[in-house]
Ligand binder design. Sequence first.
Ligand SMILES: [Mg+2]
Length: 197
Amino acid sequence: MKKLALDFDGTIANTNIIKSALIREKFGITIPPWQCDHTLCTPQIGEEAYREISSIVFEEESTLATPPLNGAVETIQKLAEKFDLYLLTARPERRLVYARQWLINYRIERCFQKLLSSRLPDGGFILKLQICQENQLDLLIDDDSRHLTVPGYENILRLLMKDGYESGLDLPEEVIIISNWSMFYDFCMENLNGSDV
Ligand SMILES: [Mg+2]
């Protein structure tokens, strides 16, 4: 069975609409949700402001109040019947607990074989694609392109979740843009031979 790594924030949980609303409220700047990942947001509001927003949205109260992306919950349930799913997040262990609770609340925690964090206990990171390589995962879907554009992992399918994206991103051609969960489901069924279990 093929193994898929799914990012949590901005990919499953719609953390980006929460960030977008907070940025408007705190700084009076309008940034569309699809540009609220770290890579696209920090050039617009600065690293410090992004950190301030993040320190709110990744905590327990905000995490548990975050809605899913359209179709995420239903699609994960369907994909779990055909693939091995892994959650792969940059949340540290402490904040991964809130993500786990979110998955439990939406009754999809058991759809995942494992919840993996790319954050080290000392605050450093392991590359998400390296974790995919080590765990022999076939695909990574994430809303932040920096996790997907690292050279040297050509054997792993890399998908960028951009709900609401129309144009303007300059990406390497191997990174595939996915606009919604229904498109992601179709991609997996067409490219990963999901029926062959
Ligand atoms: Mg993310």
